[in-house]
Write a protein that binds this ligand. Structure first.
Ligand SMILES: Cc1cc2nc3c(=O)[nH]c(=O)nc-3n(C[C@H](O)[C@H](O)[C@H](O)COP(=O)(O)O)c2cc1C
Length: 350
């Protein structure tokens, strides 16, 4: 139905990529998206290599369709989020797609992954970084607009970022991320020159998402202007801009939120969660996203979500979300005047 360069190169039915959301996009969600004809990305987040490797094996049990592994390249308070051992494990498991988020990966990792037969993508929100990535042999860019949920340093909304990136890098596959939460927004991104869409926030309301029910209920209720950009979260990874849902702690720190505040003394614990099989007492301002095991005060927690949240109203199986969004996008692109835009988008990506 959608013959873009992404579907052709990766053997997909739909140009739909699910975001590699740490804590949330675990094997069940990845496999559900891939089995539905999209491309699921595993959110490795801060998972150590053996845990990541187990998750990759689980995905391979659940699907024989293409999937990818999303790694954050950055130093955190726990040390580097991605290490040589993560790359070794991806190669050992024969992973065919690795996506790096936040910083560009070292050239050595790109080389090793490519030599193993994997493709490497980069997710970023600036034209300069995209150009640099293209020069390193990256196979595609996820263009992250400033609407996108979670960690986000993009200054540009997708409507400005995407066509500019397309013009700068006419031959590189581009996947649009940020605020794409229904068929209309997916159609708009494809018409603007994207080869596919990358969806996070809409999938927070997927049945297979590894998300706490309270967090998910807030996502379903929120309007788009309940989303705030703040740096208050993250003793685990300080001073990083994130898009999150407004709650008490976000309101309290509004206007003083350009940095992660110092930990209070005496220490304050806002809840408990489980991190890769280990209990984790959540410090004040913790950036750990609430998963089903989390307990504590949700008014103090980091509830990452993007500006498309106002379009998310129902929990559904991921396969239904993928199909609905893609069939609706196809219909929109076929509406009067739409054919021409779709043809243009496909010509650009052929
Ligand atoms: C809850 C949440 C967690 C996220 N965690 C990550 C992550 O660990 N790694 C990553 O590459 N991107 C992460 N992202 C960003 C997504 O990759 C993507 O840019 C974003 O979800 C797209 O915009 P949307 O949320 O409006 O659909 C996260 C997004 C959300 C909403």
């Amino acid at each position: 139905m959608f013959a873009t360069r992404l579907t052709r190169d990766y053997g997909l039915e739909f140009p739909f990529v699910s975001a590699g959301m740490g804590f949330i996009a675990l094997p069940e969600l990845v496999a559900a998206v891939s089995n539905a004809g999209g491309l699921g990305l595993l959110g490795v987040g801060p998972a150590p290599p053996p845990v990541m490797q187990e998750m990759i094996r689980k995905i391979k049990q659940l699907t024989s369709r293409p999937f990818g592994v999303d790694l954050i390249h950055e130093n955190t308070s726990f040390g580097p989020a991605t290490t040589d051992a993560h790359i070794d494990a991806c190669i050992a498991e024969g992973v065919k797609l690795v996506v790096f988020f936040w910083n560009l990966p070292p050239a050595g990792w790109v080389k090793r992954l490519r030599e193993s037969g994997a493709r490497v993508w980069y997710q970023g929100g600036s034209i300069a970084k995209a150009k640099e990535a293209a020069g390193m042999g990256i196979s595609a860019i996820i263009a992250q607009g400033s609407e996108a949920g979670g960690h986000n340093k993009s200054e540009l909304g997708l409507f400005a970022l995407l066509p500019a990136m397309r013009d700068t890098l006419p031959n590189l596959p581009l996947i649009a991320a940020g605020g794409i939460a229904d068929g209309r927004s997916a159609a708009a991104a494809l018409a603007l020159g994207a080869d596919g869409v990358c969806v996070g926030t809409r999938l927070l309301a997927a049945k297979e998402a590894n998300i706490h029910g309270d967090y998910q209920a807030r996502v379903l209720k929120a309007e788009s202007d309940d989303v705030v950009r703040t740096c208050i979260f993250g003793p685990e990874w300080p001073d990083q801009p994130m898009l999150v849902l407004r709650n008490r702690v976000v309101e309290e720190w509004a206007g003083r939120d350009d940095k992660t505040p110092a930990q209070p003394s005496p220490a304050v614990q806002i809840g408990r969660t489980d991190l890769f099989g280990h209990p984790y007492p959540m410090p004040k301002f913790s950036a750990a996203l609430p998963t089903p095991e989390t307990t504590g005060d949700f008014e103090e927690m980091c509830l990452a979500a993007g500006r498309g949240v106002g379009l998310v109203r129902e929990v559904k199986p991921a396969a239904e979300i993928v199909r609905e969004m893609m069939l609706d996008a196809a219909a929109k692109l076929r509406e009067p005047g739409g054919d021409t835009q779709r043809e243009m988008a496909e010509r650009r990506t052929a």
